[in-house]
Design a protein around this ligand. Structure first.
Ligand code: ME8
Length: 654
């Protein structure tokens, strides 16, 4: 039986659509959950939505719908919370909504149990009242002494309420924070102790009577349970605590870690353990308070209008690139400044350049020199020692960082090996060895094997961050399931010696910074989802072509043996092609803007062969490669016609 691992995100207020700040914490939790699954743990990953409270009640009223309709739309509606997590590839095991009947019933039982123990008592809540809004406010909620909703004046008021004896737990909570690893990063402990515990913990108001959108206290129906009692216990009710919906409480509680944003650390590190202590339940093992993603120096919030839409970014740049960026760029425990420039820079430097190049150069050379399958090698050359040692020991260094939730450092460890591998390509110069494959075959094969193996180890360890793309990367490397496991990531030589690679799509195309920023600005101005690209097609030709004329075009499948940029030309690529005749054919094609030359080596494409030769930039082009062409947002785009690789070179297209 594998060991359980229980991890949670905060449950989100569906009062507005979620933004990239919300996605940040959920992606981090997903990465941790996937990492633990990779290690063989039995993971329970919980997320959900926190659907009660005055804020949601008033928003629903403004929108002219019931609170339930309001939250349903944001949670399950198009581009809602569930859609966003699907788009972001979030592998949660359970999703709780605090309006789920089993949770409502469990909270009523929990509230009564704390009341029966004497930890909840009835008292009077003193605050301010805004008559037009019918709302109670505490002094700290007021804006310049006035109602934060309508800005009008407020009067002193009192409301009957239930209180939780938080003060009783001040000492054990202080011990917990100061003398254990419960709250991380450690820097957050001082803030909690100095700002909240030392000045004196007051009892906490845990029921309200001035609004109704909450869970009723079943023994005093005018009261609804304070939203944080309702919310915090989600971590237990979702496992079946005090309800019959689920039966996993014994397996997974106490939680291994709650990931939460820094502004809700107080609720999780002071109030939550006090509730658990009151009920005599085990405490969660850890709370990790992560930093905020800032925009223009401030926290993103809908009211400030500075939110960043994760839909737009994921659709423009790919989900994995966005996931990777969030954890590569910002240290998890501190704040970080989000910018589109930083996102594009990370894609271009880390993904397109470092990782993308390692993959495409290596697989292209295996194709070029060995037709895709490595021959037997001469293993272990002295020059390989450093790379082999670095890659073989990478898992240990990565694990050390992951266990501390230091995602940025874990990624940095992997990328230092990727960069070393790219340097190894330059040092070993496989293209020079490839000039005489007959003589250098075993050494060349061993260099390429070392590169494939390094890329594999890195691919396995990056899988939690970029699950979809790393699966494709491992496919291209020819890694079978046994070469994708946690164990295999520490075993050099897991790939079979005669591994067969597969050329595939370019996983991380470079992004043109200027164009992409302009497009994002247009998306932002459009205020919503990215507009469908404006596609313009070539005009349809009315004039018929007779059949015989068409048949005189010699259309064939050809294989790309080599592809190079043409010096001094921005547009042209020079292809050396196998057209099945036994003699190489050269064709020039104006598609350099759209493809990296090495990306095309090994591909099967369509060509017309019997056009008269044309001379361009001093080179002969004997035929033409076929491309699909259209205009997108006013700019011409060409897509080379790629054919199934099973089609032999020279096959006639008719
Ligand atoms: O707090 N950067 O819900 P919520 C990083 N319902 N994290 C951010 C962020 C940003 N710019 N903006 C928001 C709640 N977050 C409660 C939780 S748990 C029992 C109840 C994070 O939707 C924020 O820090 O306001 C919090 O951890 C999470 O998103 C949910 O925020």
């Amino acid at each position: 039986m594998s060991k359980p691992f229980y991890i949670t995100t905060p449950i989100y207020y569906p009062s507005n659509k979620l933004h990239i700040g919300h996605a940040y914490c959920t992606v981090a939790t997903d990465v941790m959950a996937r990492y633990k699954r990779l290690q063989g743990y039995d993971v329970m990953f919980l997320t959900g939505t926190d659907e009660h409270g005055q804020k949601i009640e008033s928003k629903a009223a403004e929108a002219g719908v019931t609170p339930q309709q309001f939250v349903d739309d944001i949670v399950t509606g198009p581009r809602g919370v569930l859609d966003l997590w699907k788009l972001m590839d979030i592998s949660y095991d359970r999703f709780i909504r605090t309006t789920d009947p089993y949770h409502v019933q469990a909270i009523q039982r929990i509230f009564r149990a704390m009341y029966d123990k004497g930890d909840i008592y009835k008292g009077t809540y003193v605050g301010k009242y805004c008559t037009p809004c019918e709302s109670f406010w505490t002094d700290s909620q007021l804006k310049d002494g006035c109602c934060p909703d309508c800005g009008g004046s407020v009067q002193d008021a009192q409301e009957e309420a239930y209180f939780f004896r938080l003060s009783k737990y001040a000492k054990p909570i202080q011990d917990l924070l100061e003398n254990t690893d419960f709250l991380q990063p450690r820097s957050r402990v001082h803030e909690m102790v100095n700002n909240f515990i030392k000045p004196g913990l007051e009892d906490l108001c845990v029921s309200r009577t001035s609004f109704t959108w909450g869970i009723p206290v079943d023994f005093d129906p005018g009261h609804v349970v304070y939203v944080w009692v309702d919310a915090l216990f989600n971590y237990m009710t979702a496992l079946g605590y005090q309800n019959d919906q689920y039966h996993d409480y014994e397996t997974y509680w106490p939680a291994d870690v709650h990931f939460v944003g820094k502004e809700i650390v107080r609720f999780h590190s002071i109030i939550w353990p006090a509730f658990c202590m009151s009920l005599g339940l085990p405490l969660p093992k850890k709370v990790y308070g992560h930093g905020w993603l800032l925009l223009d120096g401030g926290k993103m919030s809908k009211s400030k209008g500075n939110v960043v839409d994760p839909y737009i970014l994921a659709e423009r740049f790919g989900v994995d690139a966005l996931r990777f960026f969030l954890l590569r760029t910002f240290p998890f425990g501190s704040d970080g400044s989000f910018s589109n420039e930083a996102l594009i820079q990370t894609i271009n430097v880390d993904l397109a350049n470092d990782l993308g190049n390692l993959l495409s150069r290596t697989t292209a050379m295996v194709m070029k020199y060995f037709g895709g399958t490595l021959p037997p090698q001469r293993r272990a050359d002295g020059a390989d020692g450093e790379l082999v040692a670095l890659a073989s020991s990478l898992r240990g260094r990565y694990e050390e960082q992951m266990e501390k939730f230091a995602f940025q450092n874990a990624i940095a460890q992997v990328f230092s090996v990727i960069q070393r591998a790219n340097k190894y390509i330059d040092e070993t110069a496989p293209w020079a060895l490839g000039k005489d494959v007959a003589a250098n075959g075993p050494r060349l094969a061993s260099v390429l094997y070392n590169l494939l193996e390094t890329a594999r180890v890195c691919g396995v360890l990056l899988t939690p961050f970029m699950p979809g793309s790393m699966e494709k990367l491992l496919d291209q490397l020819g890694a079978g399931p046994e070469c994708r496991t946690w164990d295999s990531a520490a075993v050099w030589g897991s790939l079979p010696a005669q591994v067969q690679v597969k050329r595939g799509e370019n996983l991380f195309p470079r992004v043109d910074m200027e164009q992409a920023l302009a497009q994002l600005e247009r998306d932002r101005q459009a205020g919503a989802a990215p507009a469908e690209p404006q596609v313009e097609l070539e005009p349809y030709l009315e004039q018929p072509v007779d059949f015989d004329t068409f048949c005189r075009s010699d259309l064939r499948a050809v294989k790309v043996k080599d592809c190079q940029a043409v010096k001094k030309s921005k547009k042209l690529l020079r292809f050396t092609l196998d057209d099945g005749s036994g003699t190489d054919r050269q064709i020039l094609s104006g598609i350099a803007q759209y493809y990296q030359p090495e990306q095309l080596v090994g591909k099967t494409v369509a060509a017309i062969l019997n056009l008269p030769p044309r001379r361009m930039m001093g080179l002969d082009s004997c035929g033409m490669l076929l491309s699909a062409v259209h205009k997108e947002d006013g700019e011409e785009r060409l897509h080379l016609m790629l054919l199934d690789d099973a089609i032999p070179a020279g096959a006639k297209i008719c």
